[in-house]
Design a protein around this ligand. Structure first.
Ligand SMILES: [Zn+2]
Length: 233
């Protein structure tokens, strides 16, 4: 039995937290922060209180209350007991904050798989920003062509073109068939050939499901300066 649960990224742009379960294997794809996170309760200088760990995040429904997912120190003031990890891996599609930001709360024992270039971007963000700290995790870098085995799952990351380099889509081989997660991609950028390569491979595997954001899908582009090439010119 394969199931997908969306803890973010539905009816909104970004904030993707997609749980794929295949029997006893549980893997998250992306673990980002919504652009609108907490805006019903917080704003300006008023943010969830960091000293309380995840208490405010759970109280206001900003993160899913799941056992075996979060780091021990963040659970201190919450009603969720700390237990050993019950999740096998987290895969990150690219380094945009709406896809990676909340990994800081995760149990550092849960392996995080991400593009080699994605890791470089995240390190640069940590060095240059005072509010960016993803904390230590068991990071594993991947490149296109790798096939990563997590329990019975095999995950193939394939590069796509996006507004940040080192962005990937995934073909996830499950017991029920292939599931495709596109991550963020575009068809009009300078490396549209990579997006095309990914969609061709995704098509070939005859997926049973495809997970995709559709934030700007039009048949005919009417915006001006919509591509990096036009801006450069
Ligand atoms: Zn993005």
């Amino acid at each position: 039995m394969v199931s997908l649960t969306f803890y973010g990224g539905v009816n909104e742009i970004g904030g993707n937290k997609i749980l794929l379960e295949d029997d006893d294997v549980r893997v998250f794809f992306d673990f980002g922060q919504s652009f609108t996170m907490g805006c019903d309760y917080f704003g300006g200088w008023l943010n969830p209180r960091r000293v309380n760990g995840l208490e405010d995040y759970f109280e206001f429904g900003l993160l899913p209350k799941l056992e075996g997912l979060y780091a021990k120190d963040f659970l201190r003031f919450t009603k969720i007991p700390y237990v050993e990890p019950r999740f096998d891996a987290v895969f990150l599609s690219h380094a945009h904050f709406d896809h990676v930001s909340h990994i800081e709360f995760l149990d550092p024992e849960i392996p995080i798989y991400l593009g080699v270039g994605t890791k470089l971007f995240m390190e640069a963000m940590e060095k240059t920003s005072s509010f960016c700290d993803y904390r230590d995790h068991r990071y594993h870098g991947f490149r296109t062509g790798d096939r990563i085995k997590v329990g019975s799952l095999v995950v193939e990351p394939i590069h796509v073109d996006h507004s940040i380099p080192a962005a990937y889509g995934f073909i996830i081989h499950t017991s029920a068939g292939s599931v495709v997660y596109t991550g963020d991609l575009r068809a009009h950028g300078p490396r549209k050939d990579m997006t095309k390569g990914f969609t061709e491979m995704a098509h070939k595997c005859e997926p049973i499901a495809m997970i995709c954001e559709g934030t700007r899908m039009v048949e005919t582009e009417r915006r001006k300066n919509h591509s990096e090439k036009q801006v450069k010119e």
